[in-house]
Design a protein around this ligand. Structure first.
Ligand SMILES: [Zn+2]
Length: 169
């Protein structure tokens, strides 16, 4: 697989060309430069801009109103894995659950920031590299595993009616 040439462990993500991969500027699958276009190219409506590699059917969204990529480009398999990781992680990050899981007042952090800090510790990776948008399929699977382990213990969570993650993510 060619993508291993471009994606190294997240702890080394500051090295070139890795840095360009995590900025969405280089496709991790083929190594070519990406295009910056509106996401209406891949959806029926626009969810803002994306970096895309059309031949690889891989893309990544940006932070709202910026040209800053949310991570690396993802192909269909990774997009599904990311969606599943978000589905479970959001139950912790977008609710008060993180405060039950991690009963400590972390200064100046909202639930989401605190949840990512907790996730970084669980995955044993540096915090700046701990974003689902930066993860590969294996890392996404680990997120699901970790979150389920903690969520199982909780009984007051919304089950079937929990919404699908909202784009962009
Ligand atoms: Zn490509």
């Amino acid at each position: 697989m060619k993508n291993n040439e471009y994606i190294k462990p997240l702890s080394e993500a500051n090295n070139l060309p890795n840095r360009l991969v995590y900025k969405g500027l280089i496709c991790p699958y083929c190594g070519n430069k990406t295009e910056f276009i509106d996401s209406s190219f891949v959806y029926k409506r626009s969810y803002g801009m994306i970096y895309i590699c059309k031949p690889c059917d891989a893309y990544v969204h940006v932070h709202k109103g910026t040209s800053k990529a949310l991570g690396r480009l993802a192909n269909r398999e990774l997009r599904e894995a990311k969606k599943e990781a978000h589905f479970h992680f959001d139950k912790i990050a977008r609710t008060a659950q993180i405060n039950f899981i991690w009963d400590e007042d972390v200064a100046k952090m909202n639930s989401r920031q605190k949840a990512y800090k907790w996730l970084a510790m669980q995955l044993q990776i540096p915090e700046p590299h701990c974003h689902i948008g930066m993860f590969d399929v294996d890392a996404c699977k680990k997120v699901v595993e970790i979150c389920l382990r903690y969520l199982k213990a909780q009984t007051d969570l919304p089950e079937g009616d929990w919404p699908e993650p909202e784009l962009p993510y």
